[in-house]
Design a protein around this ligand. Sequence first.
Ligand SMILES: Cc1cc2nc3c(=O)[nH]c(=O)nc-3n(C[C@H](O)[C@H](O)[C@H](O)COP(=O)(O)OP(=O)(O)OC[C@H]3O[C@@H](n4cnc5c(N)ncnc54)[C@H](O)[C@@H]3O)c2cc1C
Length: 387
Amino acid sequence: MNSLELASEIEAFTDSVRRFTLERIAPNAGEWDAAGEIPRALYHEAAALGLLGLGYPEDLGGTPASFALRNAMSVTMSRYGGSGGVLASLFSLNIGLPPVLRHGSAALQQEVIPAVLHGEKIAALAITEPGGGSDVAAVRTTARRDGDEYVIEGEKVFITSGMRADWITVAVRTGEPSSKGAGGISMMVVPGDAKGLSRSRLDKMGWLASDTAHLRFDGVRVPARYLVGDEGAGFKIIMSNFNGERLAMSAMALGFAQACYDEALDWARQRKTFGSALVEKQVVRHKLVDMQMRIASTEAWLQAVTALADAGKLESDPNCVAQVCMLKNHSTQTMQFCADAAVQTLGGMGFMRGTKSERIYREVKVMMIGGGAEEIMKDLAARQLGL
Ligand SMILES: Cc1cc2nc3c(=O)[nH]c(=O)nc-3n(C[C@H](O)[C@H](O)[C@H](O)COP(=O)(O)OP(=O)(O)OC[C@H]3O[C@@H](n4cnc5c(N)ncnc54)[C@H](O)[C@@H]3O)c2cc1C
């Protein structure tokens, strides 16, 4: 496909994504925030449009797609939906499933993936523990082999879709109790209804429409065939999974920054103070230009890194990995700047529930922490750049 064909494919696709988002997400996001979850029906609707299966193979019920198309979807849904909580829930499959897709056996893939892509089941990823999230090599949850099963003991926190997930891809420590560090980590899928798994809901600042859970594993038994990849391969699987997650988060952060700009501009045109519209004031115009400047640089960088990803460099090329880390920081900083500027421009209205800017202002922090915190992104980029 040449670049013109790609651009027109993306335009046609994002048109339908925008319509879906404006009809189904934007008007309901406040109600779903209050409910603390999105309706199950939304998974089915998104699946019917092909949104959940985007980027997955056809034989598992998906539609192969470039990163360019997938990122365009993320930007569009963020911009016109204005709710990170909705997207975090709806798309938790995109952090839970890739390890299974790349490293699970063919039988495990068939057991887990199609029902999730059809919106019938929910998938989640559980790495973070009460003892820490950044230091993945310090995972303490254990999985002890017992015949044809593993027995899991431990805890996970802050798990998106954790309350409802039917399949949870969990980072565990296998092997001898003495196996410390990155080499002892493995990945395993755990059914949500497994005996010994208990879950409790966590309250939080933003992403209110997304359920976030604390999970306890008390002697949870899973069949050995639920191991994803080899024993001890978990750390590498987790690290490569992060690259896709961070790129998607960068696209989402750009969309949220644009949502703030759109709302601030709209308000600045309508709102009159001291006899003229806010947009006539130089200070306000400058604020809008400052937002647009950051949005434009983020958009250009996202396109450049997306092209690297589509050229197959997302995992193999240290420079690309470094670019993804730096882009995530830049994009979330753009989101933070735009959320702050938009709330300020809206004045008291920006502090009220019901505006996108108010929600995005509360949601930006998790974008700067989840999927690898800002400081960790800098450390990793420095290593990849050979500093
Ligand atoms: C709403 C929400 C949803 C989430 N969803 C999921 C999920 O679905 N699955 C999942 O596994 N996790 C999830 N997380 C967890 C998230 O990935 C972690 O919060 C994140 O990785 C940071 O880990 P931590 O909170 O344990 O912070 P810590 O690792 O304790 O770090 C605390 C702070 O110290 C900084 N820091 C740590 N080490 C260093 C260092 N060496 N140098 C400098 N600074 C350092 C960090 O950058 C951070 O700012 C979610 C979190 C939230 C808030």
